[in-house]
Ligand binder design. Sequence first.
Ligand SMILES: Nc1nc2c(ncn2[C@@H]2O[C@H](COP(=O)(O)OP(=O)(O)OP(=O)(O)O)[C@@H](O)[C@H]2O)c(=O)[nH]1
Ligand SMILES: [Mg+2]
Ligand SMILES: [Zn+2]
Length: 250
Amino acid sequence: MPSNTGESGQLAKVHPRQNLLSRPDHRGNPKPFASNLTRVVLVLADKPGNEDLFIDQYYAAAHHLNCELTLFFNKVDQWDSTAKQTFARWRDTYERIGTQVFEGCAKDASTLRPLQASLADETAIFVGQSGAGKSSMIRQLVIERDIEVGDLTQHGQGAHTTTTARLYPSQDGGSIIDSPGVRDFRLELLEGVDASRSFTEFDQYLDECQFRNCIHLNEPRCGVKSAMAAGKIARSRYASYLSLCTNADC
Ligand SMILES: Nc1nc2c(ncn2[C@@H]2O[C@H](COP(=O)(O)OP(=O)(O)OP(=O)(O)O)[C@@H](O)[C@H]2O)c(=O)[nH]1
Ligand SMILES: [Mg+2]
Ligand SMILES: [Zn+2]
């Protein structure tokens, strides 16, 4: 597995079953460059919009890869009150379903320690929008420091600084993969994924559905919808389920 050997390339494909990341070799054939991915770290930054579905798509992809999704809310130094509210809601939603949630500032290494401790001996890929601060964080967590970070555009958007996926040995054992912040990467991760299976917090309510084959849409006496009405399932998660189900066979 190449590490800080200077090798880099486009991320070609994620093979869910073997859990391999590959990229094209000089002939254009996919060659594995990381296997046994154990963690997907989704980095979200200062001005969160309506990104619940975005998070849940990564949640589904990580679940499909048998990896845990970890959320990192970056740029705390720039949060306004709306950002604080959104991040607090996300923390509540995702901690309740067993997701580790961290927050900090990539420019202050001490704020990254809890995340760093949780990544010891793991192989983690950092994903998220361009400009979220993935490379800035990774610079603080790996041995090699020669990692390019980008200026934001005048509209505060990322400049797609990282163009290729690269794997770096981390300071605490394990490896970290930096990925380009392209929006479509999540779709690539989602290829062939039955996203409906990733809503595992629904499982404990399935016995309360009147129909064994209930898909929790319009059926009467649905345990999942009752649980949502009672505040036991987050409305945003159910909304994502509906969105992801319209594309899937559920
Ligand atoms: N204020 C502040 N700026 C940050 C923080 N983290 C990153 N930045 C800045 O955000 C900009 C983008 O950071 P990058 O690390 O290049 O972002 P990226 O997610 O790797 O972006 P791509 O490679 O384009 O996907 C840079 O100007 C960083 O200095 C932070 O915690 N606080
Ligand atoms: Mg980058
Ligand atoms: Zn149901």
